[in-house]
Ligand binder design. Structure first.
Ligand code: IPM
Ligand code: MG
Length: 352
């Protein structure tokens, strides 16, 4: 199998953190061919397009994509189709990356970083499975126009049953490999689209007799995530609810700088990126935490290339540097050793 990885550093801290993940991939000596391209604001500046053709070509030909982060205040005033976020949504849709996996794991060494009581979050290990190419994010019609003498804004939420079924299967299969529980999140008391969501999830149950399916309304799920998050194993939900709940879940661990993500198509081609943003305020200062990106590279090894041992090796190296006391500013506490982005990368390489 070829091992082509398209690297998209993106904006803000993106280039610094992807550089460390690339060093880790190279150190494993597994024969990866890495090639970089532009995405987001960097691409807008160079070409006027947040997802330029050269990047499309490289990303389509690659087996996997490793992404830093996109966006920043510099591009906020641009028309919608030129904003960096459009590049990210564009590549997700273009590569058909419908399954977004966002784990929220509490590392014991970082228990104090959570804003919740240690007994509420200790041992936390949740997987959010977010549908990523449908829903109100992509629904047509959409826009802002004049109607009856005033401005009118509108978006459309929709899902087909096949879209729901394929993300449901991803969630059930993930649960089979972990705690065997899926909680599907919807708003069926108000929204028809999500009534269909719930119906289709229920129809999948006979295929997965070893997995327990439950349902929760999204407002309650938001509450339960901070009240008793350990009740969850796998959470599956649509694009917009998943966007919101995955940020909430990440904060249970107190350290969004630690959380990787994978966005997969039906054949495990994937885009791997940290769950956090481009943090323009600390860009270029050697302050950013590269661990979420390094852990995203571990997910790349696992999901696209089925290199489970190498994935574990990287994850264990990250656990080791935490145990050794290395901390970037975002996870620093008294008694630990504050390091920069590059030094954290050095420590991970040494631990490999
Ligand atoms: C995310 C981000 C994106 C999203 C933005 C940057 C378009 O918030 O990956 O969660 O809403 O999907
Ligand atoms: Mg988000």
């Amino acid at each position: 199998m070829s091992k082509k990885v398209c690297v998209l550093p993106g904006d803000g801290i993106g280039p610094e953190i992807t550089a460390e993940a690339v060093r880790v991939l190279n150190a494993l000596n597994l024969g990866f061919e890495l090639e970089s391209a532009l995405l987001g604001g960097a691409a807008v500046d160079a070409t006027g397009n947040p997802y330029p053709e050269a990047t499309q070509k490289l990303a389509r030909e690659a087996d996997a994509v490793l992404l830093g982060a996109v966006g920043g205040p510099k591009w906020d005033g641009l028309p919608r189709e030129q904003r960096p976020e459009r590049g990210l949504l564009g590549i997700r849709k273009d590569l058909n990356l419908f399954a977004n996996l966002r784990p929220a794991i509490l590392y014991p060494e970082l228990a104090n970083a959570s804003s919740l009581k240690p007994e509420v979050v200790s041992g936390l290990d949740i997987l959010i499975v977010r549908e990523l190419t449908g829903d109100i994010y992509f629904g047509q019609p959409r826009g802002i126009e004049m109607r009856a003498g005033e401005r009118f804004g509108f978006n459309t939420m929709h899902y087909t049953e096949s879209e729901i079924r394929r993300i449901g299967r991803v969630a059930f299969e993930a649960a089979q490999k972990r705690g065997k529980k899926v909680c599907s999140v919807d708003k069926m008391n108000v929204l028809e689209t999500t009534q269909l969501w719930r119906d289709v999830m229920n129809e999948l149950v006979p295929e997965y007799p070893d997995v327990e399916l439950s349902h929760m309304l999204v407002d309650n799920a938001a509450m339960q995530l901070v009240r008793a998050p350990k009740q969850f194993d796998v959470l599956v939900t649509g694009n917009m609810f998943g966007d919101i709940l995955s940020d909430e879940a990440s904060m249970l661990t107190g350290s969004i700088g630690m959380l990787p993500s994978a966005s997969l198509d039906a054949r495990n081609k994937g885009l791997y990126e940290p769950s956090h943003g481009s943090a323009p305020d600390i860009a270029g200062k050697n302050l950013a935490n590269p661990l979420a990106t390094i852990l995203s590279a571990a997910m790349l090894l696992r999901y696209t290339f089925a290199l489970e041992d190498a994935a574990r090796q990287v994850e264990n190296a990250v656990k080791k540097v935490l145990a050794q006391g290395y901390r970037t500013g975002d996870i620093f506490e008294a008694g630990t050793r504050k390091v920069g982005t590059r030094e954290m990368g050095d420590a991970v390489l040494a631990a490999l």
